[in-house]
Design a protein around this ligand. Structure first.
Ligand SMILES: Nc1nc2c(c(=O)[nH]1)N[C@H]1C(S)=C(S)[C@@H](COP(=O)(O)OP(=O)(O)OC[C@H]3O[C@@H](n4cnc5c(N)ncnc54)[C@H](O)[C@@H]3O)O[C@H]1N2
Ligand code: MOO
Ligand SMILES: [Mg+2]
Length: 427
């Protein structure tokens, strides 16, 4: 049986392109509706569940932009160094005070940056353009010149009118968003409940990180790497332990995890064609729908994903770099889509390849790389050991360089697509 693709093993795998696999997956993702309300200080790194809208204009009063004097432009229009104009200071307005009176002809108010400009005034003259004086129990100021560059007066609503949507639901809350929410007076913020993602490691060879090394065994780095990736995608990682390469045991545990309150389960290891690749077997016998189990990509071609009652199950490769790439290509988009904030365009950019990449492949390669701005253009260079078993150079990558299928490799200077890595690490 052969249907529109390659079948190469007992699992009857049909190879999908990464785009086909992504489409299948995203079609199964339901945006999560669960939200919670958290104090503003705890909203950092979370995603807004509702739009944030201004209830007042910003700023909501006419604000001085300089320390100096609020004046009527009409009074100072003709002022010069030779013939300064003298105005009577009728009040002092520090920041936070409400002016008591309207400025009349010939009057000025001493005002500080951020102070509320009194009615009647239509400019603020910085104090460097003026001299204060006293006489007969009154205060005066001599204005040499109004600043021709501007009035130093911020009008009401300069940044946003009342009723403006500042932030959309799904927006990741970082520094700028915290400033916006504080400005809006949002002391409590409605954010999406974090998608809970269980992490299951499979592999008889896996050692706990605290265990001494043993011949033939490896420490479980994927579980910790995945926890960090899940957090950076706005999820809550739920460690679900390690099972040896025993399909019955994995089946029992996966059944429990899928029935738990987790929104998704990410398993690593055992998805290829080996005798002990138990996740591949599990995906044959589970009750869910397997969406794909072979993708035309390297690393991570055996990456598998399925859905059971709206819960996603990912079978990522055990090879660390393949596990990482499988997460970035499939798990991150799915978690972001659950939080209504996945847009491929946010993650993709074009870059010039900084060195030849001559490996030939029928599959697209997602090469860990570093993108940098050099002489005005973005250049991306592969970094570290370009193997799916590599673990140590994952930290050095800031992008995945997408090398399309090619018979002759790609030359330095060619324009390639790249995918941004990283994201906010949630506190
Ligand atoms: N004959 C073939 N062999 C392989 C194929 C193939 O098509 N034909 N595919 C290769 C590709 S591509 C990949 S990718 C790997 C996928 O391997 P699995 O997902 O089945 O992973 P495992 O066999 O369980 O382990 C592979 C490797 O990764 C190490 N590992 C596993 N889990 C962890 C962990 N939690 N932390 C750190 N390292 C881990 C494991 O010890 C193995 O070294 O298969 C190729 N083979
Ligand atoms: O698809 Mo694999 O990750 O190249 O070894
Ligand atoms: Mg294997």
């Amino acid at each position: 049986m052969r249907q529109n693709g390659t079948i190469n093993d007992k699992w009857n795998r049909r190879t999908l392109t990464p785009a086909e696999a992504t489409d299948r997956l995203l079609a199964c993702v339901r945006p999560r509706t669960g939200f919670e309300e958290v104090p503003l200080a705890e909203a950092i790194g979370r995603r807004l569940a509702v739009d944030a809208t201004t209830k007042e204009p910003i700023p909501h009063f006419r604000r001085a932009g300089m320390d100096g004097y609020a004046v009527r432009l009409e009074d100072v229009a003709a002022a010069s160094s030779e013939e300064p104009c003298e105005l009577e200071i009728v009040e002092h307005i520090p920041c936070g005070a409400v002016p008591l009176r309207k400025l009349e002809r010939g009057q000025a108010a001493r005002i500080m940056t951020g102070g509320m400009v009194p009615e009647g005034a239509d400019a603020v003259v910085m104090q460097e353009m003026a001299e204060a004086a006293c006489g007969h129990g009154r205060e005066y100021v001599r204005i040499r010149k109004a600043d021709p560059r501007g009035t130093h007066l911020t009008p009401i609503g300069e940044e946003a009118a009342e009723g403006t949507i500042l932030l959309r639901a799904g927006q990741l809350i970082g520094a700028g968003e915290m400033a916006d929410l504080a400005t809006l007076g949002s002391s409590r913020v409605k954010v999406f409940r974090k998608p809970r993602v269980a992490i299951l490691s499979t592999g008889t060879e896996l050692l706990d990180v605290a265990a001494p090394l043993e011949p033939g065994k490896v420490r479980n780095s994927n579980a910790y790497m995945l926890a960090a990736l899940i957090a950076s995608a706005g999820g809550e990682a739920v460690p679900a332990g390690t099972v040896p390469d025993d399909c019955d045991r994995a089946e029992r545990l996966l059944g429990e995890l899928l029935a738990s309150d987790a929104d998704a389960v990410v398993a690593t290891g055992g998805v290829s064609v080996g005798d002990y690749d138990i996740m591949a077997d599990y995906f044959l016998r589970w009750e869910g729908t397997t969406l794909f189990n072979k993708v035309a990509m390297r690393p991570g071609s055996p990456t598998t994903a399925g859905v059971w009652k709206e819960k996603l199950l990912f079978g990522l490769s055990g090879n660390p770099s393949a596990c990482f790439v499988g997460f970035e290509l499939f798990v991150r988009p799915a978690l972001l889509a659950m939080q209504r904030s996945y847009a491929a365009a946010d993650w993709e950019f074009a870059a010039y390849l900084a060195e030849d990449y001559l490996k030939v492949n029928a599959y697209a390669r997602y090469v860990r790389g570093r993108a940098e701005l050099r002489e005005g253009r973005v250049e991306a260079r592969p970094i570290g050991l370009d193997q799916s078993s590599a673990v140590l150079s994952i930290k050095d990558a800031n992008c995945l360089i997408v090398i399309p299928p090619t018979k002759s490799g790609i030359r330095r200077g060619e324009l390639v697509k790249a995918i941004r890595l990283g994201g906010v690490i949630v506190p």
